[in-house]
Ligand binder design. Structure first.
Ligand SMILES: Nc1ncnc2c1ncn2[C@@H]1O[C@H](COP(=O)(O)OP(=O)(O)O)[C@@H](O)[C@H]1O
Ligand SMILES: [Mg+2]
Length: 145
């Protein structure tokens, strides 16, 4: 799937992620890139909501990885990783991400994924999501490939 979607506000980005994740069957990894404040975390919130996770998710900037258990028939784990403070994939060794990347009952979303590109080869399906700012404060372009 190759898609370019215009987002006019935060709710648009959230809904785009919800629709996108609705097609997931487990084993997908979403590799997000885009500047600070682009909307990567908002997109991840939409992924979690789309999988049936009802509570609030917060950015794992300091803890690197958070694991949620959404209410979904086959997807038992939603793993949210934030590599903002990470230099390379070495910084993520020992947190158990490798296992999650290979699991069919799991969806992994990685912010600043370009820093840990080498890890992505372990995954069955990788989608790249690039968020760019557009005209005005609220406009974004979301590229999914
Ligand atoms: N179209 C949009 N999509 C997503 N976020 C938006 C949009 N317009 C404005 N925002 C705001 O931009 C910020 C994005 O923050 P966040 O998702 O944490 O960014 P990132 O994780 O990429 O650093 C939020 O404060 C959000 O309200
Ligand atoms: Mg973020």
């Amino acid at each position: 799937m190759e898609k370019k979607i215009k987002s006019r506000n935060e709710a648009d980005t959230l809904n785009t992620a919800k629709k996108f994740v609705a097609e997931f069957t487990g084993g997908e990894v979403v590799a997000l890139s885009g500047e600070l404040g682009a909307g990567k975390t908002i997109f991840c919130k939409g992924l979690a909501q789309g999988l049936g996770y009802k509570k609030v998710i917060t950015s794992p900037t300091f803890v690197l990885m958070k694991v949620y258990h959404p209410d979904h028939p086959v997807i038992k784990n939603f793993v949210h990783v934030d590599c903002y403070r990470v230099d390379s994939s070495d910084d993520l060794s020992g947190i158990g991400l490798g296992d999650y990347l290979k699991r069919n009952d799991t969806v992994v979303a990685i912010e600043w994924a370009e820093k840990v590109k080498d890890l992505l080869s372990q995954a069955r399906k990788v989608y790249k999501v690039k968020i760019k700012s557009g005209k005005g404060d609220l406009e974004r372009t979301i590229e999914i490939s």
